[in-house]
Design a protein around this ligand. Structure first.
Ligand SMILES: NC(=O)c1ccc[n+]([C@@H]2O[C@H](COP(=O)([O-])OP(=O)(O)OC[C@H]3O[C@@H](n4cnc5c(N)ncnc54)[C@H](OP(=O)(O)O)[C@@H]3O)[C@@H](O)[C@H]2O)c1
Length: 281
């Protein structure tokens, strides 16, 4: 044992404990690390680098979430699957077409089949059971009023009801930026899309879930920069889909951000810093 233990000054010991405690992103984890650190100290006299390595590993395990993605085969969805899997979260990827499952599996997800227009609340709840977070990033993709009403509208309500039935407390919704298409004569389909998106926000916000409504500006497929602007009210702009996904990952990892509406565009601040700032009371 003595061979593994590096003797530290009381100041180094204190600094290590503080570092280990601060890396836990969930408040409960921070409390747990502090407890574990105090117990270790009692037994060994002080915190050691070996303990810090052990605690970092445990912390990684503790912070891993199971995330159920609705619309996982979409453009934002695929970025999200990959980014979550790369960070060792467990991902269940709802998709509707044969052939999408293999690709989602290769990105690191467990594929789950289901069509929002055919599945019922109970069946979807059964698929979601055991997940920590549900993310809704499905959409009709401009396929017309009826499909928009069915997917972005009723599909969202079905997913919210299923999450509540399954006991999935946290629900992240990819919504739309209120200024999108303003003064652009976008037509009846777009007007309906914005109305349905707002109705979906209202439906989710009226629940007792730990919801976050994310309202990105106009999406593009430029490479992600890892930098964004986000807040309750910001100026309208564009954003790469990869950065929307990175923001969703940060929201998965910051459950303290809850019951919040967040507008999102490209910007100059690192995603993690912006979301951590929103997490502060
Ligand atoms: N475009 C913009 O500028 C913009 C701006 C703000 C917000 N948004 C919103 O951002 C979200 C993601 O956008 P995106 O570009 O990633 O969209 P996308 O590529 O069109 O992805 C949408 C996904 O929803 C799936 N879907 C559609 N109908 C379904 C059904 N009946 N059952 C199950 N899944 C179904 C689609 O499945 P298939 O792959 O089988 O078609 C697709 O994978 C959407 O909600 C969109 O409204 C878009």
């Amino acid at each position: 044992m003595a061979g593994h233990v590096q003797i530290l000054s009381p100041a180094q010991d204190e600094a290590l404990l503080r570092e280990a405690v601060s890396v836990g992103s969930r408040a409960s984890n921070r409390a747990w690390h502090f407890e574990a650190g105090s117990r270790w100290r009692k037994r060994h006299g002080m915190v050691t680098p070996r303990w810090l390595r052990w605690v970092l590993l445990r912390m990684q395990e503790n912070n891993m979430a199971q995330v159920f993605i609705i619309g996982a085969a979409g453009k934002v969805g695929r970025h999200l699957v990959k980014q979550l899997a790369d960070r060792r979260h467990r991902v269940l990827a709802l998709h509707r077409r044969a052939g999408q499952g293999a690709e989602l599996g290769a990105l690191g997800a467990t594929p789950v089949t289901g069509d929002l227009t055919a599945i019922d609340v109970g069946a979807l709840a059964g698929q979601m059971a055991g997940s920590d977070v549900a993310v809704f990033t499905a959409g009709a993709g401009g396929a017309g009023v009826e499909v928009t009403n069915a997917i972005d509208g009723r599909g969202l309500e079905l997913a919210v009801d299923a999450a509540r039935q399954a006991g999935v407390r946290r629900f992240l919704l990819v919504s739309a930026f209120p200024e999108a298409g303003r003064n652009k004569a976008m037509g009846e389909g777009f007007e309906n899309y914005m109305t349905v998106k707002k109705r979906a926000d209202v439906y989710l916000a009226a629940t007792d879930l730990d919801w976050v409504i994310l309202r990105p500006g106009t999406l593009n497929d430029a490479p992600g920069t890892g930098r964004i602007a986000a807040g309750p009210a910001i100026a309208y702009g564009d954003i790469p889909r990869a950065d929307v996904a990175a923001t969703l990952v940060a929201l998965v990892e910051h459950p303290e951000v809850r019951r919040a509406i967040i507008e999102l565009t490209e910007g100059g601040q690192p995603v993690g810093e912006v979301i951590a700032r929103l997490a502060r009371p």
